[in-house]
Design a protein around this ligand. Structure first.
Ligand code: SF4
Length: 97
């Protein structure tokens, strides 16, 4: 069985619900229970469980940098960004002169 708790505004109780479900499943269902906390900003399910941690891995997300000298404000990066995290504000005053 795979159960997913996803989406929702921060502070709505997703982690509390997920941890509670995992604990109930561990006590009532046969086999192992795996809880994966994939919150990219604050994975904190471990705070509720006090787990024995065998391994830690560092991960990251590449952050693109705009080379202002080469950018012609074509807007492709804004168009392609799936997170809608980019905006092209045009050339700065410093670059116009
Ligand atoms: S606006 Fe065009 S040239 Fe500038 S960073 Fe985005 S994709 Fe590159």
């Amino acid at each position: 069985m795979i159960l997913t708790v996803a989406s929702g505004k921060g502070g709505t109780g997703k982690t509390t619900l997920a941890v509670s479900l995992a604990q109930v499943a561990a006590r009532t269902l046969p086999g192992d229970v795996t809880l994966l906390d994939l919150d990219v900003e604050a994975p904190n399910a471990a705070l509720f469980l006090d787990p024995e941690i065998d391994e830690r891995r560092t991960s990251g997300v590449p952050i693109p940098e705009v080379d202002a000298d080469r950018c012609d404000h074509c807007g492709k990066c804004v168009e392609l960004c799936r997170a809608h995290a980019l905006a092209d504000l045009g050339k700065s005053e410093a670059k116009r002169s």
